[in-house]
Design a protein around this ligand. Structure first.
Ligand code: ZN
Length: 404
């Protein structure tokens, strides 16, 4: 093998600080090609479990793997396929992101039907299930058989935060790929080399994102993202009375909603256009009869999915703010205990010292608990505004719950 071919395929460049994973997946894609030629390819298998904390690149790894399997060049990173497949824009790649609270039996049955279809333009049909931890136990049981004996060209890629989040039955039937939170130094280096970010901004972004690569990139490259973060971090210093709590809760939700829509709106339009095109309808031409009814019903389905995605994206944005607040109170706790560890928000040291002086470690502990509780609540069906209002009141007065 020449040195050039020994390098991992370019598509893996998207992963940062995950050398082991890249080697494993690159080999799997290589062996997948051998298998399609009827040869032996032990590095490839048909059921995978990708785990890693949020932001480690878990779902990027999974979707890049899917793209590499359907790219004729094994993941050139350049072609239309490599560009479209990771977002589900390829007929042989299904990206399933359970949008609701949990993923039930009916969804699982539908998915298995879909997964069973032969690939149309490549050698594999890859089904990526993001957040497989949202599958109900019943849904898992339905899926297990399909995962155990998939049609020869089907590949399952399940993603979850950790192995504890999935049933042992899944674990034993899949090959495991573990992504780790990359150390700050590697994130800094990647930001400098890939995006030309200067050293101090890169260091800030790496620190502030707490190992979350996508977040680090956004903070390093997008001033708007930095501004939003700053707004969130200023909230704890401004919760002087109850009306302030409600105003800040309202602002936080409104901002999250705006930001979420700026992410989803263009996707919505693109998808609707793609669907219309697939039916051979452009802006001018009008469809008739069965074809029109069929397009209308697909359009309705698409709108339902898009609506769920919007809701979920708002919640993701709120969660991001909550993670930033967790980091802030972690810093406050460090200052209160005099621990000699680097602060996530070192540039706010004076304000943080003020917060630290204004309360006890018990206060800070209760605030951290309140934030974590709200994060969990946001995963259930609670109204985001109400959950955040309650949180703001607890951040103002961490003993309010005990008193009531
Ligand atoms: Zn390609």
């Amino acid at each position: 093998m020449t040195e050039a071919t020994a390098l991992p395929a370019p598509i893996w460049n998207i992963l940062i600080g995950q050398d082991e994973v890249v080697t494993k997946l690159d080999r799997a894609v290589h062996d997948a090609e051998l298998i399609t030629r009827g040869e032996h390819g032990p590095a490839m298998t048909h059921a995978w479990l990708f785990t890693g904390p949020p932001g480690s690149g878990r779902s990027n790894a999974a979707t890049a793997f899917a793209a590499a399997l359907v790219c004729p060049e094994n993941g050139c990173g350049q072609c239309q396929i490599c560009r479209n497949a990771p977002t589900g824009g390829h007929p042989d790649v299904d990206i399933v992101r359970p949008q609701g609270l949990t993923y039930g039996v009916d969804d699982a049955r539908e998915l298995i039907k879909q997964a069973g279809m032969s690939p149309t333009s490549s050698q594999w049909h890859v089904v990526v299930v993001e957040d497989a931890d949202r599958l109900t136990d019943q849904a898992v049981n339905v899926l297990l058989k399909a995962i155990e004996e998939p049609p020869p060209h089907t590949v399952w890629v399940l993603c979850a935060p950790s192995t504890e989040d999935v049933l042992p039955t899944i674990l034993s039937r899949t090959r495991h790929v573990v992504l780790r939170t990359p150390p700050d130094a590697i994130v800094v280096k990647a930001l400098q080399e890939r995006y030309g970010i200067d050293a101090s901004l890169a260091a800030f972004a790496a620190r502030a994102s707490q190992g979350h690569i996508g977040r680090a990139r956004a903070l390093a490259t997008d001033e708007h993202a930095r501004m939003r973060r700053q707004e969130v971090l200023r909230i704890p210093m401004q919760l002087h009375d109850l009306p302030a709590c409600f105003v800040h809760a309202q602002n936080l939700i409104e901002t999250a909603t705006l930001d979420a829509h700026s992410i989803t709106d263009s996707l919505d339009v693109q998808e609707a256009e793609q669907l219309r095109k697939a039916f051979g309808a452009d802006a001018e031409s009008k469809l008739k009869g069965q074809l029109k009814r069929s397009l209308d019903s697909s359009m309705k389905q698409l709108e339902t999915t898009q609506k769920r995605r919007r809701t979920r994206t708002v919640r993701d944005q709120v969660d991001r703010a909550l993670v930033d607040l967790l980091g802030l109170y972690r810093d406050v706790l460090l200052l209160q205990t005099g621990a000699d560890v680097g602060l996530i928000n070192d540039e706010m040291r004076p304000q943080l010292s003020q917060l630290a002086a204004n309360g006890t470690t018990e206060d800070t502990g209760r605030r951290l608990l309140a934030i974590n509780y709200t994060r969990k609540q946001m995963e259930s069906n609670v109204t985001p505004l109400m959950a955040i209002e309650a949180l703001m009141v607890e951040l103002k007065d961490p003993w309010v719950r005990a008193a009531s």
